[in-house]
Write a protein that binds this ligand. Structure first.
Ligand code: GAL
Length: 162
């Protein structure tokens, strides 16, 4: 396989050829990220926020597919007050310091696209095409091998790109 810039490395080939998208995943959802995350990878989720009484949803990048004790990046929009988003990391079952963004880029009932781009120093989060926040890595992101989504959303697809 060849990209616009030339031949891809074996690692990129492995990621691209083995990581299929998840289509209409049932929420709560757990899925493997085959080969783990690498610098430059993008994970894009499209869906819609449900108009239910539930006021939160979350996307988690886990270290260990059956392990809820280690979450490299927890992204948790909360429709409480005027709305905000909490980001955090869980290590050996303990949450770290929360990073809060006092803005709500999602709307109940509305469709969304969230793109998580893995940069060398941070997860860059884009919502509906605009940069929303950066979350500086606290743990080795290349050990991330699973994604979970739960809460007041329905998801039409999750796809993975270099
Ligand atoms: C807690 C919440 C967890 C997680 C955590 C992040 O209050 O119960 O689900 O969101 O905050 O810091």
């Amino acid at each position: 396989m060849q990209s616009a810039s030339g031949y891809d490395s074996d690692e990129e080939l492995e990621f691209r050829e083995t990581q299929v998208p998840y289509i209409n995943p049932h929420i709560p959802f757990t899925g493997r990220i085959v080969g783990g995350l690498r610098e430059g990878h993008m994970v894009t989720i499209t869906g819609r926020v449900l108009s239910t009484d539930e006021n939160r949803f979350e996307v988690n990048f886990h270290i260990g597919i059956r392990d809820t004790y280690n979450i490299a990046f927890h992204f948790s929009p909360r429709f409480e007050g005027s709305g905000y988003v909490v980001c955090n990391t869980k290590q050996l079952g303990n949450w770290g310091l929360e990073e809060m963004k006092m803005q709500m880029p999602f709307q109940k009932g509305s469709p969304f696209e969230i793109c998580f781009k893995v940069d060398r120093s941070a997860f860059k989060v884009m919502v509906n095409g605009s940069i929303f926040l950066f979350y500086v890595h606290r743990v080795p992101w290349h050990e991330v091998n699973a994604i979970t989504i739960k809460g007041c959303v329905e998801v039409s697809d999750i796809y993975f790109q270099i």
